[in-house]
Design a binder for this molecule. Structure first.
Ligand code: GLN
Length: 392
């Protein structure tokens, strides 16, 4: 009798998401969840109302597969004032199930076997599996602590005739790095030289500290044509469970991406897309307040880390901080993360989740501070126990 392996070679190449695993661990041990990146506070009430209204108004069947028309037009207006990008909502926007689907659909629509995709390491854990599922060969370029800068020569070396694309995530998860204009310009120059695309995940575009400004790769000279800009409502509007994302790309790429998206998911939830119109029309004050709110949360959490004497790199954007746990003498960050959840009562993501080789993230742990003051206070009380721990 013949016997076949029931699962694919592709799935053997990656593991389940450790970020989501840590949320399950937090629930099991009743730990304060500073692992998975989602706010534990309410989204704006106008959005709740808009979603309820959309359902009541019978927006309950499929939206157009590439996205509700009014939502796409609202996205085009918002990116015009915020990013300075002129995007045709009819031919250059695709609405997806979160930016997670956006990145997967983009890769599936553009990559052929043998194509290389450059990924900065540490990386958000989805990019490598996305590359594997799309048959891309990932190539990694290191972001060096403490400022998470890359070596120009190393980046140049990563590009070659097989390079199809480079993935950028700015502000960056997990390090909080915000790519500078000079860094983006060098990447752009190399993309021109090697005829490569940029897939840019800008989901944290509004969460910036110390008056930093978001620079969209697509706005650099000549880059609109080669950039696929990925974004979504999750982080900016505190609605990670809605699963509404979007992609901006030139018409040719959009056509290919829309085909993949159509057969992957047909579309994101119609009433939530319609409610997204309200989000896109929020005034500038909303974004200023959001940045101020996160500034406060960052200060609170960095103060906690100072109190327990754990070194960290100050995030420039996004809502995570990478902290150095080497003083605790654990041989793996996963082990430390389990210890932290079970014994101390705070869940965080082990640094190893963001590296190919777990050892490279051994001394790091990522905390998410997108939490209510009382949650951060509860975390503080528990984390203070670490002061009593004999350090390595
Ligand atoms: N982006 C969030 C994080 O990095 C959540 C995504 C996820 O569930 N993997 O934690």
């Amino acid at each position: 009798m013949i016997q076949k392996k029931k699962t694919s070679a592709k799935v053997d190449q990656f593991t389940e998401s450790v970020i989501r695993e840590m949320t399950r661990v937090a629930m099991k041990y009743g730990a304060v969840n500073l692992a998975q990146g989602f706010p534990d506070f309410s989204c704006p009430s106008e959005l709740k109302q808009a979603a309820c209204d959309a359902i009541a108004e019978d927006i309950n069947q499929y939206a157009l597969t590439w996205g509700d028309r009014s939502f796409r037009h609202a996205i085009a207006q918002k990116v015009r004032w915020y990013l300075g990008l002129d995007v045709d909502p009819e031919r250059q926007i695709t609405v997806t199930c979160g930016s997670t689907e956006a990145m997967a659909a983009t890769m599936l629509a553009t990559i052929d076997p043998g194509d290389e995709v450059i990924i900065f390491e540490p990386f958000y854990e989805n990019y490598a599996p996305d590359a594997i599922l799309a048959n891309a060969t990932p190539r990694y370029v290191t972001l060096h602590p403490p400022h998470w800068t890359f070596d120009q020569a190393e980046l140049r070396q990563a590009f070659n005739e097989h390079t199809k694309a480079i993935i950028i995530n700015t502000p960056h998860n997990p390090t909080g790095k915000v790519f500078t204009r000079e860094e983006l310009a060098l990447i752009a120059e190399l993309c021109h030289q090697w005829d490569a695309l940029v897939f840019t995940d800008e989901i944290y575009e509004h969460i910036l500290y110390d008056d930093r400004k978001h620079i969209a790769m697509a706005t650099l000279p000549g880059m609109e044509e080669r950039t696929v800009t990925i974004n979504g409502l999750s982080k900016t509007y505190s609605i990670t469970g809605w699963r509404v994302g979007y992609i901006l790309a030139n018409p040719e790429l959009t056509e290919a991406i829309r085909k993949v998206h159509d057969f992957l998911t047909i579309g994101a939830p119609a009433p939530l897309q319609r409610a997204g119109v309200t989000a896109m029309q929020f005034p500038i004050d909303y974004y200023n307040n959001l940045a101020a709110l996160y500034h406060e949360k960052r200060s609170t959490f960095l103060q906690i880390l100072d109190q327990i004497e754990i070194p960290y790199s100050i995030p420039q954007g996004a809502y995570y901080v990478m902290a150095d746990i080497s003083q605790f003498g654990y041989s793996s960050s996963l082990e430390f993360a389990y210890y932290l959840s079970q014994e101390i009562g705070v869940a965080a993501v082990p640094g190893s989740s963001f590296f190919r080789q777990p050892e490279d993230g051994r001394s790091l742990i990522r905390f998410c501070f997108s939490k209510r003051p009382e949650t951060l206070q509860a975390a503080r009380e528990r984390l203070l126990q670490l002061r009593q721990i004999v350090r390595a």
